[in-house]
Design a protein. Sequence first.
Length: 393
Amino acid sequence: MISCPQCGSESAWKNGHRNGYQRWLCKNCGREYVERGQNNSEPIQRVQSNLLSTVKPNLFLAAADEKFAERQICVQSGTKKGEIMSKQILSEKSDLLSEFPEGLKAKLLQFMVHRENNNKKYKNIVWALKSIVRAGGELRDPESVKAAVKKMAVQESTKKTYCDNYEVFLRFLGGTWEKPRYAIEQKQHFIPTEAEIDQLIAGFSSTLATFCQIAKDTGGSKGEIIQLRWSDVDFEQKNIKINFTTKRHATRTIKVSEKCLNMINQLPRKGEKLFASRKSIDKSFWYQRKKLARKLNNPRLMQLSLHTFRHWAGTMEYHKTHSLGHVAQKLGHKNWKNTQIYITLEELYFGQLNDEFYTEVAKTSEEARKLFESGWEYTDCDFDGVKIFRKRK
């Protein structure tokens, strides 16, 4: 096994196969890679036959409302009727269809290409449909889908998501149904202490620690941080621009700490993005979090997710300013209704904390600015010309 092309570490996990080749996941930085030969062009070992050469013709599309794939139609934006989808694109899409019945594969492939050509996402929908099929649901029979979703051992919110995704596919088939209703209770989000967050960041690998520090400082979601470019980081003005948003959030520019910028500056600069992939960050986080929770004997750490950093940042920001508008601006919320949860979270969080504090003093405005940017709270107390700041233990 060769070293990671991003950080040089030789410590990695096997991460399945892709097109017949062994993939690896770096334990240090989370980069996914395939072993390459001396000329860095061909993988060293090939463990199974190339999937591109084994694509079956019955995966090509059938015309709408046809039962069998008797003729090929346009399957890709820019192609003409009768042209064939490239084997590479066909193989990538057919990977998602491996567990579906043969009679549905052509229609599902047509659905995926239709969504893609209209700049709409389809992978989450296909994964939801796959879960329904695993539970025994027949996708052409809405009543069968209802029964399959009902017996799933998942949360009510997950069942609602499955039904919403199935409805999109059912409309594509030209069908209708009476979607079941689910009573979803809003659960209170877990908000850790700042000490627990700092423990995680200190124990993580350098890449994952940087990712979490950015999430802590900016309150950005996982999808927003993974899309950060080097051009979005302004080391002179000490801010980060979030230009690629998720869930229709607003773009924004957020001040970050000197510590965060130093950690970013130590990342290897390979490509335009700061981080390799969302999947690798997820895997590294779950593994390293579990390891640290056992090492520190703190089971509370197992309740943290990458999204917890966003909720923590929103709670702290509301505590500092008591302004929903300011919190909404930092988190990118366009609807303040989504921001109101931080009123409750702030009351619960600071109501449960003790009244013990660390204290620091600032003799100059520059020292006061640095303390404030680091999360210290000004106490409105001045003695002998110095300002007193505090932070909860």
